[in-house]
Design a protein around this ligand. Sequence first.
Ligand SMILES: C[S@@+](CC[C@H](N)C(=O)[O-])C[C@H]1O[C@@H](n2cnc3c(N)ncnc32)[C@H](O)[C@@H]1O
Length: 341
Amino acid sequence: MIRQPDVGPILQTAFSFWSSKVLLTAVEFGLFTRLAKRKLTAAELGAELELHARGTFDFFDALVAMGFLGREGDGPAAKYHNTEAGALYLDRASPRYVGGILEMLNARLFRFWHDLPTALRTGKPQNETKHGQKGIFEELYAELPKLEQFMGAMTGLSRINFEAFAEKFDFKPFKTLCDVGGATGLLCIEVAKRHAHLRCTSFDLPPVEAIAKKSIAAANLGVRVGTAAGDFFKDPLPKADVITMGMILHDWNLEKKKHLIRSAYQALPPGGALVAIEALIDDRRRENVFGLLMSLNMLIEFGEAFDYSGADFRGWCGEAGFKRFDVIHLAGASSAAVAYK
Ligand SMILES: C[S@@+](CC[C@H](N)C(=O)[O-])C[C@H]1O[C@@H](n2cnc3c(N)ncnc32)[C@H](O)[C@@H]1O
């Protein structure tokens, strides 16, 4: 028989929206939260989630086959339970819940990605801003539930990266940090927890400040972590030895990216560090699939915004006057690009 290329990867990718939708739906239903410390039959779990009997076994067993649920036994008496990862990351009551990003994927991006062809033809965003005049942050922050959903999504997407950053970056030479676009204050919290000598400020738009204050107080870090409210395109950035930007630069076009880099340069002392935490694309744009898809997601969300590589960051920061550069791999597809003044 003639050896032919494997068709598997083509079909696997083509159908992957099926499995994505099953997992996202399970999170939306709170399935993993319902199963916290319990084992339930399909009938019991289906009744709790108010599902029609037709789909329950297919839905739960697909999750078992995908490895996201455990099941003891076979047949109607079998009991479903959380896996270790499900309990840790997908139970809403877990302190390490990352499901916020899955909730937002299901509520917003699943639909918006349907219009990828239009985005590719027009270069225009395909989200809530498509038919309006407002920017996406104005749109999302006009209603508290949408703001909270977005904040939950950022926590889900960034928690593991911020934990890795807090552990891998050398904070010894520095005393202060400002996280620009700090959302719930998560980066400051994770860094302050591990580095008792640092004082941190989470800087974001005014509607976000109350949310950050609440999570900083809940982490009992109010003495060393503060908040500041402002607009990073209108106001100077708070001065600090380290300025971090988690998924900030990728939200904007080149001109605005460069503006933010220049503002960071002005706010840093000599020897200070600007750190961009992103799904940094590999320099040759061949490997980091998630980074490249994230850049397409920026097209869907913002139009002209885009993700970038370590080499791009180095070039833009060099233009602004930064002298030394580094890339630190964090977790999965994400890295910290560092520029020292
Ligand atoms: C993509 S989120 C990233 C959140 C967080 N840094 C992370 O990595 O999880 C972008 C953040 O930038 C903030 N932001 C957007 N425009 C801003 C502006 N003009 N001034 C200050 N913050 C802004 C948003 O409120 C949001 O928290």
